[in-house]
Design a protein around this ligand. Structure first.
Ligand code: 5CA
Length: 440
């Protein structure tokens, strides 16, 4: 992509309404544009990052055998009345009437709808277990939308739902997700800590929030700091290995505000290991048994002829929130560097272009074409801005690698720099090989 053609409305000033660095960066780098309070349009740069995040989420869900589907954003009120949540959800639910006066709503989550789909087609224990998910927009009429994409009204979520015959099987599904979440966030360069949490309007009595540490996070957390050192790479997706991983986490105290009990914290965690800070909730998993299957009459026939309400869990990841969360943990000293796996472009070509001298431009364009042919997604700064102005822009755009065509490059060697690391002078072949090796 040529930078002159990219739709990227950069802002010079820090917008006053943006209070945290991710919101500031997303507005300044032209990633999003507010359309009304808590509702955003995703512009090309922001959209590209979100799609890369979505792809990782999808791959890790598929790896544990979850099946992707797609449910609508608009739901009928009837199933919510059946579950009893139509009234409970209160003003956070956006209620709509269609032209026949039928009560509809913009889904804040999908427990009811997936249960309804399941009950109408699954009758026998033989069809279980099942693990289904979709990635879809949600709407919650938040009282105080803030921090840009972190807490907004319309947001993009991956929500998965598990269906099992009994508690033991359901626990396996829960643990599989637990494992998938840790891997998903790791691939985005994040260390997420699973923390025991309150279940809120989703319900049930077992739940973990996946939290990354950040001063600006909305969740207050209390933890044994040794939990951060658990190495998930020592575990694979086999049941026993996952159980061992769960045990490692369960050994350490890690809870959110609403589960915090000072006496237990002080008893279980030595002073020097106590971590009291804030974090961002990027995912949340729940086990709620028959909370929805019972009122919605979602049961299956057992082998002995009896009927049983299926045992369910639900598992959410804030895909759009993750864009902000990744910025919070990677934007430092006014320099953004996206983890390679979610970067909007793999590399930037930044030539120093003088008004009446096309030499560097032509060299840069040749490199650009060569890298594009090698399937590398590069952004070519073909503008005539001064190099220092270009670098300022790239500090915002956050592309992890830069190829600079200026005084230090000669015929076939160029300045190649990974952001925040040392500059190297390398032949283009070597640059291509480094870029090709990146996780994408
Ligand atoms: N049905 C369950 C799991 S599928 C559910 O809705 N869980 S949730 O309410 O915890 O949301 C899942 C994830 O969506 C959260 O962990 C968070 O990352 C994201 N999320 C929730 N509310 C918002 C919001 N207002 N703005 C942006 N992201 C949000």
């Amino acid at each position: 992509m040529y930078l002159s053609k990219l739709f990227i409305p950069l802002l010079k000033e820090i917008p006053s309404e943006a209070k945290i660095k991710s919101h500031q960066l997303m507005l300044r780098a032209g990633m999003i544009k507010q359309s009304s309070t808590g509702i955003y349009s995703w512009l090309p740069l922001g959209f590209k990052v979100m799609k890369k995040i979505e792809k990782i989420v999808r791959e890790e869900q598929n790896k544990i055998g979850a099946q992707e589907m797609l449910m609508p954003t608009i739901q009928s009120s009837e199933i919510w009345k059946e579950s009893g949540r139509y009234d409970d959800y209160g003003e956070e639910m956006l209620r709509i009437k269609d032209r026949q006066g039928k009560e509809m709503l913009y889904g804040p989550t999908n427990e009811e709808l997936i249960t309804e789909i399941f009950r109408s087609s699954v009758k026998s224990y033989k069809s279980l277990p099942q693990l289904l998910y979709h990635i879809q927009w949600k709407f919650r009429d938040e009282l105080r939308p803030r921090f840009g994409v972190m807490r907004c009204k319309e947001f993009y979520m991956k929500d998965a739902y598990s269906f099992d015959l009994n508690d033991d099987e359901a626990k396996k599904s829960y643990n599989k997700m637990f494992f998938a979440y840790l891997n998903t966030f790791k691939r985005m360069g994040l260390t997420a800590i699973p923390m025991e949490a309150d279940t809120g309007p989703i319900g049930g009595d077992v739940s973990h929030e996946f939290i990354i540490l950040a001063e600006t996070g909305e969740s207050k957390i209390y933890s044994d700091k040794r939990v951060i050192d658990i190495n998930i790479n020592e575990h694979n997706s086999e049941d026993n290995s996952i159980i061992e991983l769960r045990k490692k986490y369960d050994k350490f105290y890690a809870v959110t505000d609403d589960k915090f009990k000072k006496e237990i914290f002080d008893k279980k965690v030595q002073k020097e290991n106590q971590l009291i800070t804030r974090g961002i909730e990027i995912g949340h998993i729940f086990y709620f048994g028959d909370k929805y299957s019972k009122p919605l009459k979602c049961s299956v026939d057992l082998q002995n002829g009896k009927k049983v309400d299926v045992k369910m869990g639900s598992y959410g990841i804030g895909v759009s929130r993750l864009v902000g969360a990744i910025i919070e943990s990677n934007f430092n000293n006014d320099i953004m560097k996206w983890p390679k796996s979610v970067a909007p472009f793999q590399a930037a070509i930044i030539p120093s272009i003088k008004k009446n001298d096309k030499t560097n431009y032509l060299v840069a364009e040749k490199i650009y074409k060569y890298l594009v042919e090698s399937n590398i997604d590069v952004l070519f700064d073909d503008t005539e801005e001064h190099l220092s102005a270009k670098f300022k822009k790239f500090n915002l755009i956050g592309i992890p690698y830069q190829i600079i065509i200026g005084s230090k490059s000669n015929n076939d060697k160029f300045e190649f720099k990974e952001v925040n690391k040392e500059m190297k002078i390398l032949p283009i072949e070597e640059i291509k090989n480094i870029l090709n090796k990146q996780d994408n």
